[in-house]
Design a protein around this ligand. Structure first.
Ligand code: CA2
Length: 145
């Protein structure tokens, strides 16, 4: 079973700025923790980041037949992207929406997620641990499918 982790814009900056919101972990250290947990669960993971909305759409499309679930931190595109929502709707692969911060406790423009209605569920507010929770949720969704 393969879980595809997709990360959107500016998440490559994790650990370098705004630690009070996003914590001190880098995306690379989060990936290491996810890989450790994935090994214990006996599943494989692929981890990618891009600042490009179209690239995220392409990766979601390509997940059909190659990954059993997607864990997606779409970052700011969460709040704006009809293109991502359409890609998730079309792909036929379950998507777990994830966020480091609690988007509902922040600025009002972050309260609305364009993608939430087409995702299996949302994990938000647990810092780097949100990625572990998303892995667990994705594996569980696959096992119960
Ligand atoms: O909490 C999350 O994971 C977010 O998806 C992060 C996005 C934000 O736009 C969403 O509302 C919530 C921002 C990612 C940018 O990350 C940075 C990390 C360090 C320094 C600057 C930006």
């Amino acid at each position: 079973m393969k879980i595809l982790f997709l990360n959107g814009p500016n998440l490559n900056l994790l650990g370098t700025r705004q630690p009070e919101i996003y914590g001190r972990d880098t995306l690379a250290s989060i990936e290491t923790s996810v890989r450790e947990r994935a090994q214990a669960l006996g599943v494989s993971v692929e981890f990618r980041q891009t600042n490009d909305e179209g690239q995220l759409v392409s990766w979601i499309q390509e997940a059909r037949g190659t990954a059993q679930a997607i864990a997606l931190n779409a970052a700011a595109y969460t709040h704006t992207s009809i293109a991502l929502r359409d890609a998730i709707s079309a792909v036929g692969v379950p998507v777990v929406e994830l966020h480091l911060s609690n988007i509902h406790a922040r600025e009002s423009f972050r309260h609305h997620s364009m993608i939430a209605p087409v995702c299996r569920g949302q994990i938000s507010g647990f810092g780097a641990f949100s990625y572990i929770l998303a892995l667990e949720a994705a594996v569980n969704v696959c096992k119960t499918a």
